[in-house]
Design a protein around this ligand. Structure first.
Ligand SMILES: Nc1ncnc2c1ncn2[C@@H]1O[C@H](COP(=O)(O)OP(=O)(O)OP(=O)(O)O)[C@@H](O)[C@H]1O
Length: 244
């Protein structure tokens, strides 16, 4: 579904490349955690996957496995939630559907069902300032899922949250994956989060950034994984690789 080949990125203001010859693939229904040193280009990579930035060279092909559809849709969730403060929770979630001129009854139905699914149905008419950070992030997830994207791209989506809320939302994301078999890519600074949420974990190097290692994560997929030896062993092995 996602095929990245020989991807390089150098910004005009900087002579040194940020990303240097990255190649990887991700199939439909798979989940990828990307982890690496600060400033190595994780956000840059995500923006290129979202088609918000162009590579300097190399290419990204995002294609549906369904032959009727040649192009896949992506949605992105940002670290600071990116909600519009002047719109209510349900208006924020409905936004992308309204922009696409979706019939009003469909907008209401999809919005209400997503808010229920994410446990924030009672907050529909509140404004973002009237709800907690964790609840705001649930709204951001609902908004991203409203258009039923093929691929969900997340840039440190839970990093601003306290540990318990973060864990709840990781569980929510996993539940959404189990239910919908979402394909998602998550950028994170947390090794624990990378291991809990990625069936594959990609470790990036320092700049010029290359793929240091791609690690399959067989235990991924259930909440109980967090309590298992395999989970802690994977965290230890990734830390060893990152510490070098
Ligand atoms: N638009 C831009 N113009 C010039 N340089 C940029 C631009 N965007 C990012 N950079 C540079 O590219 C490098 C990678 O930035 P990026 O935000 O992708 O890293 P990151 O791995 O996501 O960082 P962090 O882990 O700290 O969030 C940094 O050195 C940054 O300053």
């Amino acid at each position: 579904m996602i095929h990245v080949k020989g991807l390089c990125k150098t910004f005009e203001t900087d002579s040194a490349p940020v990303l240097d010859n990255l190649s990887f693939s991700l199939s439909a229904g798979e989940t990828l955690s990307i982890i690496g040193p600060s400033g190595c280009g994780k956000t840059t990579l995500l923006y290129m996957l979202a088609d918000l930035l162009q590579p300097t060279s190399g290419n990204i092909e995002i294609k549906s496995t369904n032959s009727d559809q040649s192009k896949c849709t992506t949605a992105m969730i940002l670290q600071n939630f990116g909600l519009f403060p002047w719109k209510t929770v349900s208006e924020n979630v409905a936004l992308a559907l309204k922009i696409r001129k979706t019939p009003r009854d469909v907008v209401s139905r999809v919005t209400a069902s997503l808010l229920e699914e994410l446990g924030i149905g009672a907050l529909a008419s509140r404004y973002p300032v009237q709800i907690s950070g964790g609840q705001q992030q649930r709204v951001a997830i609902a908004r991203a899922l409203a258009t039923d994207p093929d691929i969900l791209l997340m840039d440190e989506p839970f990093s601003a949250l306290d540990a318990l809320t973060r864990e709840h939302l990781q569980n929510t994301l996993l539940a959404m994956w189990q239910k919908r078999r979402l394909t998602y890519v998550i950028v994170t600074h947390s090794v624990e989060e990378a291991v809990f949420l990625g069936r594959t974990i990609m470790i990036l190097s320092d700049r010029p950034t290359r793929i240091r290692k791609v690690i399959p994560n067989e235990g991924f997929g259930e909440q109980v994984f967090r309590m298992q030896d395999q989970y802690f062993e994977k965290i230890r092995s990734i830390r060893r690789i990152m510490e070098g």
